[in-house]
Design a protein around this ligand. Structure first.
Ligand code: TRP
Length: 434
């Protein structure tokens, strides 16, 4: 069976395919239940690494063998057709031993707390576009804006969350997410997610959530002090609902989200064991080869709130200012001085964004030896980023709010049908169908 066979626009067919996978992949649980009734999951979830070593030109052909998607040879015409219209060149690709499977359902989302930045782009957005094109079936590719999760730490400023739903969706479409290939939706328009959340809350302890490194790290940056809202603590559970509602198995996220996905898998296993079923599926993280992009200050991960990120919608002058204020090597005072590459943000960004990796290695050699100035490197980086961000910025300017809402409402309608079906199965498994 080829992707083209699967890509019939028929919902029932998708459900059949999903059922087929369900029947094949009986979940093997690595979890143990300790005497506190808590789940211990000692195994790291599979890390799928997207790696830039095998550079992929997006005009490559793709084939499917034994259920695996390869990016080598050409087989099906519908994929070729899409490639012919795809002008983007991406530097990342899926590592040979970490390929997605043709049965994979891809899902990911973002909290709408601000416009997206280069860290999102390199850590996740770029991969989503690749996956969307590879899967080429919007019933197996979901991208959503997690407004309800956004409220969990911004409940007092809902207007900010709402405004950013539109901004994030603009970012999505500007980087190449295509509403004809990905189902793009708003979390709060799928009420089934919140019913699932309630069922899942019974399957995980408060202390397990408190121990989640992602939640812990985030709490340190918030001003909740000792009064953590239960909604915030619970967000990994609601995330498990987001993932399982669509039977998603491949989740392109930043590295910091891995512990949250582990909790999701624990809930999946607990659910299946408790209700003697296999309807819920475990998921794996799809990580980028640059899972965590440092901020321009070199101190912390790039983030809008810290003001150390280059935003996808930044104009040319802002990008220039940010690049020229980047942390380099404070001891590299004269051009002739030998410089340090490690921890030098300009090199970190060149590694991430400059396509010619050999040239970057040569520049590093020169810099270490002495004789290469920061201004030269910053100018090179600025031009590199300008080249990448100009088409994104231009696309963004062409998008109006009415169009964005039409995409989101249509996507939400389609997504809701899938979530409804899963909720029905979940209620049946629990045994509360009346
Ligand atoms: N936690 C993600 C973020 O911080 C957003 C998110 C919500 C998500 N639900 C998800 C990501 C499900 C992947 C899968 O942006």
């Amino acid at each position: 069976m080829t992707v083209a066979d699967n890509a019939t626009n028929n919902y029932d067919n998708t459900i059949n395919i999903i059922n087929e996978i369900n029947n094949r992949n009986i979940i093997c649980s690595n979890n143990e239940v300790n005497n506190l009734g808590e789940l211990n999951n000692n195994e790291d979830i599979n890390n799928t690494i997207l790696n830039s070593n095998n550079s992929l030109n997006h005009n490559n052909k793709m084939s499917i063998n034994n259920g695996e998607i390869n990016n080598k040879t050409n087989v099906n015409s519908s994929y070729e057709l899409n490639n012919d219209t795809c002008t983007n060149n991406y530097i990342t690709t899926i590592k040979e031993d970490n390929k997605i499977n043709k049965y994979d359902v891809v899902l990911t989302g973002d909290r709408p707390t601000g416009c997206l930045h280069l860290g999102h782009y390199i850590g996740s957005l770029q991969n989503r576009v690749i996956l969307q094109d590879q899967i080429n079936d919007k019933k197996k590719c979901f991208v959503f804006i997690a407004d309800v999760q956004g409220l969990s730490d911004n409940f007092a400023t809902p207007e900010k969350v709402k405004k950013n739903v539109v901004e994030v969706c603009k970012d999505y479409i500007s980087v190449g997410l295509d509403p004809t290939k990905s189902t793009i939706f708003i979390q709060s328009l799928i009420p089934e997610l919140f019913e699932l959340t309630v069922y899942y809350m019974n399957l995980i302890t408060v202390s397990r959530l408190e121990r989640c490194p992602t939640v812990k790290a985030e709490l340190q940056t918030k001003s909740f002090s000792n009064s953590v809202p239960s909604g915030f603590l619970n967000y990994p559970v609601s995330q498990a609902a987001d993932i399982t509602a669509f039977k998603a198995t491949a989740i392109p996220v930043g590295e910091d989200q891995k512990p949250v996905l582990e909790i999701s898998n624990e809930i999946v296993n607990r659910f299946n064991n408790t209700y003697n079923t296999n309807i819920l599926k475990e998921c794996k993280a799809i990580l980028s080869n640059v899972p965590r992009l440092v901020g321009i200050d070199g101190l912390a991960k790039a983030s809008k709130s810290l003001g150390n990120a280059i935003m996808l919608c930044d104009d040319s002058d802002t990008i220039k200012k940010k690049v020229f204020s980047m942390y380099t090597d404070p001891n590299h005072i004269n051009i002739s001085d030998p410089g340090t590459v490690e921890g030098n943000v300009v090199f970190t960004y060149l590694d991430a964004f400059y396509d010619n990796k050999e040239e970057v290695e040569d520049l590093k050699k020169q810099y270490r030896k002495g004789g290469l100035g920061d201004v030269y490197l910053k100018d090179l980086l600025y031009k590199t980023l300008e080249e990448k961000l100009t088409p994104i910025r231009e696309k963004r300017l062409s998008l109006n709010e009415d169009y964005i809402y039409s995409v989101l409402l249509e996507g939400s309608k389609e997504a809701r049908e899938v979530a409804k079906q899963t909720l029905m199965e979940v209620r049946e498994a629990i045994g509360i169908v009346y």
